[in-house]
Design a protein around this ligand. Sequence first.
Ligand code: IPE
Ligand code: IPE
Ligand code: MG
Length: 249
Amino acid sequence: MIDNGIDMSRIPQHVAVIMDGNGRWAKQKGKSRIFGHKNGVKAVRDTIETAAEMGVKYVTLYAFSTENWNRPKDEVTGLMELLVFTINKEIKTLMENEIALQAIGDLHSLPKRCYNELMRAIEKTSSNKRMTLVLALSYSSKWEILNAVKELASQVEKKKIKPEDINEELFTQHLCTSSIPDPELLIRTSGEHRISNFLLWQIAYSELYFTEKLWPDFRKEDFKLAIADFQKRERRFGKTSEQLSNVMQ
Ligand code: IPE
Ligand code: IPE
Ligand code: MG
């Protein structure tokens, strides 16, 4: 079924989003950066709603990176408060829409109240089956990969595994995303063309989509444009185009 130029039978299972541009959006309006973050919540809602309507199973949102701890103290505090407030407020909508919440990152580094609210929401929504919303919080991919390496090294030391047992599958099992399939599509807003330490391992074969839209301006239509663009791509995974069109080759 084709809806709005989108082939509903080829919807990506997992879409990851680097929500960028809140600060610039606020600056253009002569407001504080935190005003920009607050106005990004509507874009989060639109993205989640559209993804769920389309049948996307996982949406991962990069909400706060390890590097973001180095921002001015006021902004970090403001962001953490916004997080607690938003989780509290949206829990009802998550339940109504059967969306489960998960989080990846160094969650113990979050302020206690933030951590507790997050755990409460994760727990409460855990049996929802329609879609999973993954928040990347205090997340960085290098941190995650190093943790996996340390864990595997310690298992080798304890002779639980041999170095030659380490393969892609075992490594993947030691990432925060072990229960989540790799994203087929990664969207970044605000015109920046970089990954900023997000899901480096998991996006090895993801399609990348960049839009000039600043995050607070990102709407349902923009998400649909990204999906439509994704559907035009040929995902070859190292093969040739001819091999893909001819299953016998
Ligand atoms: C993204 O917007 C939100 C976070 C990183 C928390 P920014 O705050 O990075 O906005 P810009 O990039 O400065 O415009
Ligand atoms: C990436 O955005 C992190 C999040 C969206 C949470 P940044 O704005 O922090 O990234 P850089 O610093 O421009 O690379
Ligand atoms: Mg930014």
